[in-house]
Design a protein around this ligand. Structure first.
Ligand code: DGL
Length: 262
């Protein structure tokens, strides 16, 4: 049986920067009575261009940080850090519920598998080259035409608050031009920064397409896990959300707040 104090502890969420805020929004929507602490590690972004070991080391540092803050669960709101570090961290901290993010290829393939239409998977280079994604791809490769598209600069454009400017449009039209003649049914946003660029992606593709991301699935999974562990907060007031950024920069904090409020 968990104590009342344990149930009231915050849920910790981290990402390499702004991206995880797209997950934090979903978590807060689903569990509005929980307290959240968010760390955007913009100082070390992008994780997707680093080596696996480095991303593991950075992620472990955040897990330790949040244990120091008495978090009751940790959400790795980053597909890249999940691929690079989640399995090791779960083995090292078996008492701590650790939830990760993965590209939402499964729901996209279930929706469009067998139609002969194309599914684009936009993610970081590291996510796409890790074993976790290779296994996911192997599971659904026969069901749909799946095209993995590494999109590293998209992370930086979101970090620089260049979400709907000319640089974003130019980058996306060059990135997506090889697929423009394909019959694209869906785009999997396999990096938590990318939901913020959804409108620009739709504009670059110039057609209706369905987007899939992992935020809702991960949030539901955490809620289930907290329920099972009797760790859901049982307070009446709305939960609090504390957003931090490893740069300590007021501009980055204000961008984080704006993206959260969007
Ligand atoms: N937001 C992260 C993800 O979901 C990674 C961005 C980065 O490369 O730092 O993959």
């Amino acid at each position: 049986m968990k104590t009342n104090e344990e149930r009231q502890r915050p849920i910790a969420v981290f990402d390499s920067g702004m991206g995880g805020i797209s997950v934090l929004k979903e978590l807060y929507r689903l569990m509005p009575h929980e307290d959240f602490i968010y760390m955007g590690d913009s100082k070390n972004a992008p994780y997707g261009e680093r080596e696996t070991e480095e991303v593991y080391r950075l992620s472990k540092g955040w897990v330790e940080y949040f244990i120091g803050k008495r978090a009751k669960a940790i959400v790795i709101a980053c597909n890249t850090a999940t691929s690079a570090a989640a399995a090791r961290l779960r083995a090292e901290y078996p008492q701590m519920p650790i939830i990760g993010l993965e590209p939402a290829l499964k729901p996209a393939a279930l929706a469009y598998g067998g139609t002969g239409r194309t599914i684009l998977v936009l993610a970081t280079s590291l996510t796409l080259r890790e074993e976790k994604f290779k296994q996911l791809l192997a599971q659904y490769r026969d069901k749909a035409r799946i095209c993995p598209v590494p999109a590293p600069e998209l992370v930086e454009l979101v970090e620089q608050d260049d979400i709907d400017g000319a640089r974003m449009d130019a980058y996306l039209s060059a990135l997506l031009s090889p697929y423009i003649d394909e019959d694209i049914a869906a785009v999997v946003l396999g990096c938590t920064h990318f939901p913020f660029a959804k409108h620009a992606i739709a504009k670059a593709l110039g057609r209706e397409t369905e987007f899939f991301d992992g935020a809702f699935g991960a949030s539901k999974q955490l809620k289930r896990q907290l329920e099972k562990g009797q760790l859901l907060a049982d307070r009446n007031r709305p939960g609090s959300v504390l957003i931090e950024n490893s740069t300590g920069s007021p501009e980055m904090l204000s961008l984080s707040e704006r993206l959260f409020a969007k």
